[in-house]
Structure formats: structure tokens, C-alpha cells
Design a protein around this ligand. Structure first.
Ligand SMILES: CC(C)(COP(=O)(O)OP(=O)(O)OC[C@H]1O[C@@H](n2cnc3c(N)ncnc32)[C@H](O)[C@@H]1OP(=O)(O)O)[C@@H](O)C(=O)NCCC(=O)NCCS
Length: 227
């Protein structure tokens, strides 16, 4: 399945609202193989992004969730939770080519896209009521022989809360949300060098299905897109 959006989980579509996303300059290859780099180099292109496409089946069984109680989450309320979600996003993603430095306009534009369901954006609040983590899910309807899939589109935890189990909790909440909607396959895209997220996903039973790579012309434009 091709990626669906130019954020952390969706790199192929162009996003006119993204100041740093030069999707039109990127050539995506799927599945990626190491030998692809050499072939693309001959065309004057070098690899600037590499994503793991991971999948698992749903629902998540009790043993996989270590019999832990579900994390309390609530759905996103448009216009009310914007600042809280942006705060966590920007604190969690200062390094991410598409996800860093989001502002209200960028979030509004994303929320206005037809596929977005605010009920599928699950927020966790800390003891003082501040949003400290979220899991944004997305449903991809089936087409022909291809079954519907539920995507873990975007997750973030406030850095102050990293390592406390919150990431695991919000992803589980997202997977449960997707399973309740009848989905039996979960998918996600993650930067191949995002060790923390990959470890989290692996511990939740996700496995790499294939890799996808983006290439840009060698030169200043490529340097801008690299990180
Ligand atoms: C990825 C992220 C959500 C993890 O959140 P977290 O609350 O720190 O993770 P948890 O405490 O729930 O840890 C879950 C598992 O991941 C592992 N993990 C988390 N951070 C890790 C790290 N830096 N290195 C190695 N493993 C790590 C934990 O060991 C844990 O494994 P366990 O099941 O054996 O206990 C968080 O680092 C984050 O917000 N990162 C920035 C945003 C991002 O990268 N999102 C993913 C791309 S969409």
C-alpha cells in the first residue's frame, strides 16, 4: 500500500501547507532494496528518507497487552484541543522533516482533509489536565481485493513523559479503536532510524513488511531535504 500523507506516516503526497516538504522533488521507491541506492546514484539522485512500513493483525490479545488496564484517552475536540496537540507534537518532533514546527494553520489544513475523523485522534491527559500524548489513527477503506486497513498515522509523547509507558499506552488505545471499527490489519510508516518508535512498535507485535525510500537530486535542494 502506498503511503498516504506527507507527515510522519505519509510521505508521497504533496502537501502545499508544508514549508519544508518538497514532495514534488522527491522520487519514491517501493519496495526499497540496498542496491536501489546505486541505481539512483547513476541518475544523480541520493537517498534522503527511508521508511519502514510495518504491519500487524488486530485485535491485540490480552497477553500482548500484558494484562494492563487500557490507558484512559478521549477524542480530539476541534478548536479546543488544537494548542495542546500542537504543543506535544512540536516538543516531540523537533527533528522530523515533515512534522516539526507545526502551527495552527497547518493543523487546521490537515484537520480539514476529508479522511480525518476527530474521534480517531486519541488524547491522553496528565494529572493536571494537560495533553501529554496522542495517537492519531486513520482508516483506509478496502478496494477490490485489498482489505481495509487501520493506520497508526501519528503518535507523540511529551519528552518529559518519555519512558513512562505512555507511548505504548496510546498506541494500544489506537489499535483498540481501530479493532472496534472492525479492522483486522494495522499498518504504519516510521523513519527507519527512529529507534525508539521502532522498538515500541516491535514490542507491540509490528513487523516490517517492506521499506520505502525517497531520493532527491544531488546538490543544494537535496541538502535542504536531508536531515
Ligand atoms: C516513540 C515514543 C512515542 C515512545 O514513547 P514512550 O512513552 O517513551 O515509550 P514507552 O515508555 O511506552 O516505551 C515503549 C517501549 O518502547 C521502548 N522504547 C521507548 N523509547 C525507547 C528508546 N529511546 N530506546 C529504545 N527503546 C525505547 C521501551 O523500552 C518500551 O519497551 P518495553 O515494551 O520493553 O517496555 C516517543 O519517544 C516519542 O514521542 N517520540 C517522538 C515522536 C515519534 O517519534 N513518533 C513516532 C513516529 S510517528
Amino acid at each position: 500500500m502506498p503511503p498516504s500523507d506527507p507527515t510522519a506516516s505519509d510521505p508521497t503526497a504533496s502537501d502545499p501547507t508544508a514549508p519544508s516538504a518538497r514532495a514534488e522533488d522527491l522520487e519514491w521507491v517501493s519496495p526499497y532494496r540496498p542496491e536501489t541506492d546505486r541505481a539512483m546514484a547513476r541518475k544523480g539522485l541520493r537517498r534522503v528518507r527511508l521508511l519502514d512500513h510495518m504491519t500487524r493483525t488486530l485485535p491485540v490479545g490480552p497477553a500482548e497487552r500484558r494484562n494492563a488496564a487500557p490507558l484512559p484517552v478521549r477524542p480530539f475536540r476541534s478548536g479546543v484541543d488544537d494548542e495542546g496537540l500542537l504543543r506535544v507534537n512540536n516538543r516531540a518532533f523537533p527533528w522530523h522533516p515533515d512534522q516539526r514546527d507545526w502551527d495552527r494553520d497547518r493543523l487546521r489544513a490537515r484537520l480539514a482533509e476529508p479522511w480525518v475523523d476527530p474521534d480517531g485522534i486519541l488524547l491522553h491527559e496528565g494529572p493536571d489536565g494537560t495533553i501529554d500524548g496522542f495517537c492519531w489513527t486513520r482508516v483506509h477503506p478496502g478496494e477490490g481485493d485489498r482489505p481495509a486497513t487501520g493506520e497508526i498515522f501519528l503518535i507523540a509523547v511529551d519528552p518529559e513523559r518519555h519512558g513512562t509507558g505512555l507511548g505504548r499506552g496510546v498506541v494500544l488505545a489506537g489499535l483498540d479503536h481501530l479493532a472496534e471499527r472492525g479492522l483486522t490489519v494495522a499498518v504504519l510508516y516510521v523513519e527507519a532510524d527512529n529507534g525508539a518508535a521502532i522498538r515500541l512498535y516491535e514490542r507491540l507485535g509490528f513487523r516490517v513488511d517492506h521499506r520505502e525510500a525517497a531520493y532527491a537530486p544531488v546538490g543544494p535542494a537535496a541538502a535542504m531535504m536531508d536531515r
